[in-house]
Structure formats: C-alpha cells, structure tokens
Design a protein around this ligand. Structure first.
Ligand code: DGY
Length: 315
C-alpha cells in the first residue's frame, strides 16, 4: 500500500507525477478545507512535503499528525519548520541543498550588477525614450571594489567565486573562520566598514534575525550597497528603509523580504533599489532537481535507506 504524504505546495508537474506514482499525495493547496483534510487523514499521514516559501510546519501541525515520520522540505532554507518540535518527536527533516547553489549565487550577482550599474533604470531609459533627451546618469563600478559576504556556506562560496571573477576583493563574516582564501572578519561591523557591497548569504532563523540593522548599514556607508538573497528576517527592514531614504547607503538589491510577498510601498517607489520576488532557485532546471531530491529523500526514508540530505539536529 502507498504511504500518505501531505503536500503543502506542489512540485513541478513531472516531479509531482513521479511523487504520485510512489505515494498517496494529499494536495493540500487545492483544498477548500485544509483543516478537514488534515483531520480526516491525520493517522495515515506519515510524511509532509513543505516548501521554503510556504507557511512551513509548525508544532501544531506536527501534533495533529501522530504518525508523522518525515518532513521533506523543498528548499535549502528551513526556518519555517519548528525543528525543536520535530526533534522532540524524532521526526526527520530533509532539505534540498547544493542543487540550487549556482542559481542562487547568480541572483546575488545579478542584483549586485543591476543595482550598481543601474540596469533596470537603463532598460527603462531606452524604453520610455529618455535617451533622446540626453545621456543616462552615471553608475558605479564593480571592478576593484570589496565584496563582503555574510555566511560562507556553499551559496556564500559560490557568490565569492563569481564576485572574484568580476575583479573584486572578497572578504567574509561568519560565526567561525572557514578554510578559505578570503579575509575573515569576526566582527560584522568592521567588515561592513571595509565592504562596498555587503551580500547576505547566511541562514535565516532566530540566530540571524535582524543581524543587519541601522548600525551595520551606517557602517556600510553612503557608497555601499546591500544585497540580500538570504532571508528577509536577517535585515531589520524598517532600518533599511531609513538608510535608503536618507541615502546613508547607496542602494540595495533584494530578493527576500520580511513579509513576503508584501514589499513596503515606500521601497517599491525607491529608485536606489532593485527588487526580485524570491527567485534564487527559480529556474526550471533547479526546481526540477529540488523536486527530485525531495522524492529521493522520502523514498530513501520509507525504504529504510540513509537520507540523502538530512538536516542536522542540535545535539
Ligand atoms: C531556499 O531554497 O531556501 C531559497 O530561499 C530559494 O531561493
């Protein structure tokens, strides 16, 4: 008999088909009455498919499912899953690292290039015919600048490689010094002072909540740019708005926000920001690989095989 998996959001069509060949999938996002689906199938659900951008998996949801064994997250981030509650119940949690590293690093670079070289504005400048009235205002060079990366995990390292290829000096801040060629800053504020571009590539969650506040932005300075492909929670968004409004930083390139998909009205109107809608992993190729990894983790778990990409629980 097929095991039952509660899918909070869909995978791409092909991967969804594959998932449904192996499992009895409850498509929660299609239901008008999600609470009833959960109640009616509570004893049969042994797995959850959740996504990095959804409501996640709360302790309450886990409590409603007495036989839940595994949460397979579609996404590298898992700050929307209550890991403590999962650990208390010995529920295993997996995510989809590595397969999305390159695409997410690319987004950091396109935001950096876009905001510094005013690419969105340049496109608009041509489209609306402003070129006929004169040249566009000058932009800012990338080459020769210092890129400070917060979080040198796989995505941070992929960003570092790309940034170095643009002839920048790469420095980084993380909880611990890594075995890397880039200069390490234990103190984030000191790194912000040294950086022209501050790129956030750390995990979300309580440990990094509001790591970037007015003090750090002030240290980044009037010629500095903030790039965030990590989580909106890492930045105190009100402080960022003040810094952008007062031009105490030069600009920001943002893929993630405090309350997605709600982006502050004021930010939308600002011309010193470039915005994208949390698209780090949003390519056909990567989303397909992420979906397959979710399926592989679920299959491995129920076949009694080692998980491919389990999340390490605190000991
Ligand atoms: C993730 O998978 O957690 C990322 O935020 C995707 O962009």
């Amino acid at each position: 008999m097929k095991r039952t998996v509660l899918a909070l959001q869909p995978l791409l069509t092909h991967e969804m088909d594959v998932l449904e060949q192996g499992f009895n999938v409850l498509r929660l996002w299609e239901s008008q009455k999600p609470e009833s689906v959960i109640r009616d199938h509570s004893h049969e659900i042994v797995g959850i498919l959740s996504t990095y951008n959804g409501s996640g998996v709360s302790k309450r949801l886990m409590e409603a499912l007495p036989n839940l064994e595994i949460i397979a997250q579609f996404g590298v981030g898992y700050d929307n899953i209550d890991l403590v509650a999962a650990q208390e119940r010995d529920i295993v949690v997996t995510n989809t690292p590595d397969v999305l590293t390159d695409d997410t690093a690319d987004v950091a670079l396109f935001l950096m290039l876009n905001v510094a070289r005013r690419a969105v504005e340049a496109d608009m400048f041509v489209r609306v015919g402003r070129w006929h009235s004169g040249a566009m205002p000058l932009s800012t060079s990338i080459s020769g600048k210092t890129v400070g990366i917060v979080g040198l995990g796989s995505i941070g390292q992929a960003i570092a490689q790309r940034a170095a290829a643009f002839n920048t000096k790469v420095i980084y801040h993380s909880r611990t010094k890594k075995d890397a060629v880039y200069t390490y800053y234990k103190d984030l504020k000191e790194m912000a002072v040294a950086a022209d571009f501050l790129i956030l590539a750390c995990a979300g969650g309580d440990e990094t909540k509001h790591l970037i506040n007015y003090e750090i932005l002030d240290a980044l300075g009037a010629e500095g740019f903030l790039i965030n492909i990590a989580r909106g929670s890492v930045v105190k968004e009100d402080d960022l708005l003040i810094a952008l409004r007062n031009k105490s930083i030069a600009g920001a390139g943002l893929d993630v926000y405090a309350d997605e998909p709600n982006v502050p009205e004021e930010m939308i109107k600002m011309d010193n920001v470039v915005l994208s809608p949390h698209v780090g992993s949003a390519t056909v190729e990567t989303r397909s690989k992420m979906g397959q990894l979710v399926i592989d983790n679920l299959t491995a778990h129920f076949d009694g095989q080692p998980l491919l990409t389990p999340i390490k629980m605190a000991s």
